[in-house]
Design a protein around this ligand. Structure first.
Ligand SMILES: Cc1ncc(C[n+]2csc(CCOP(=O)(O)OP(=O)(O)O)c2C)c(N)n1
Ligand code: SF4
Length: 249
């Protein structure tokens, strides 16, 4: 983990083209994250970890210390960094496959242990990078590469409710929310609160972001937004689920 050698004087002045497919939601989640980091003024303390999956394309987006991990292992890697360097603001970024399938035990255990890290998970209802296979969050009836006739929840289970699960297993001090790329300002505020929770040392913080994958959904711009804005919230309720009690002044 090292900073890019030619770090600009002000990272605000630097932009670079993203590597996601046109219309992908990852860019919007990362925009919200970048704004949150910027507004809190914590960029010099951030350690950003990203998973395998399309999230890995963000490995050099930000001028912060970064580490890219094995699939599903971002949460324990970032937990290790935080334990070694408690002064750092440690962020794990992943997709729904990375957080709710291969890395689910890590998410559950880190949340249950109340690790003082922030996990941000982009939920696009499928395994994006590998070509659109069914994920734990694929919707009932949803056609994917591995459910060509539509997901049958009686056979493969109902969509994982990540923030609800994390909220149930965390203790006081945790912050849990579900935002959406359809409302980037709200998403940024949730991420900001999650990071602030870590700055204050309160406990585990988790934000799921409803996100889009038009390439594997095979949707045009209009249908992509209809899926994110209308269909996904029928299964995944947007809002805050848990926040630490306000401290007395
Ligand atoms: C240990 C391991 N198992 C499987 C893979 C193959 N693989 C790479 S990305 C991926 C799925 C990514 O989906 P998700 O985590 O939902 O992220 P997205 O690409 O949708 O953002 C899989 C199964 C891998 N790289 N490593
Ligand atoms: S495959 Fe899907 S998640 Fe991956 S970059 Fe393309 S649109 Fe985004």
């Amino acid at each position: 983990m090292s900073k890019a050698p030619n770090m600009p004087k002000s990272w605000r002045e630097e932009t670079k083209p993203h590597k996601f497919c046109p219309g992908c939601g990852h860019g919007l989640v990362l925009k919200a994250l970048g704004q949150a980091i910027d507004e809190l003024g914590i960029q010099d303390r951030v350690v950003f970890g990203c998973d395998i999956g399309c999230s890995l394309l963000s490995f050099d987006f930000f001028n912060v210390d970064s580490v890219q991990t094995h699939h599903g292992r971002t949460t324990p890697v970032v937990t290790g960094v935080k334990r070694a360097r408690p002064d750092r603001i440690c962020i794990a970024y992943m997709g729904d496959g990375g957080g709710y399938a291969i890395g689910s035990q890590h998410l559950v255990n880190a949340a249950a242990r109340n690790e003082k890290i922030t996990v941000i998970l982009a939920n696009n209802c499928n395994y994006g990078m590998t070509g659109g296979q069914m994920a734990p969050t694929s919707l009932p009836g949803m056609k994917t590469e591995t459910t060509p006739y539509g997901r049958d929840p009686e056979v493969t289970g109902y969509p994982t409710q990540g923030p609800e699960m994390v909220s149930a297993i965390t203790r006081e001090g945790a912050y849990v929310a579900r935002g959406t790329v359809a409302n980037v300002r709200q998403l940024k505020n949730y991420i900001k609160k999650a990071l602030q929770n870590q700055v204050e040392g309160n406990g585990f913080s988790f934000v799921e972001a409803l996100s889009g994958c038009p390439t594997n959904w095979s949707t045009n711009a209009k249908d992509t937004w209809a899926f994110i804005e209308e269909t996904m919230p029928k299964y995944f309720k947007v809002g805050e689920l848990k926040a630490p009690a306000k401290k007395e002044e």
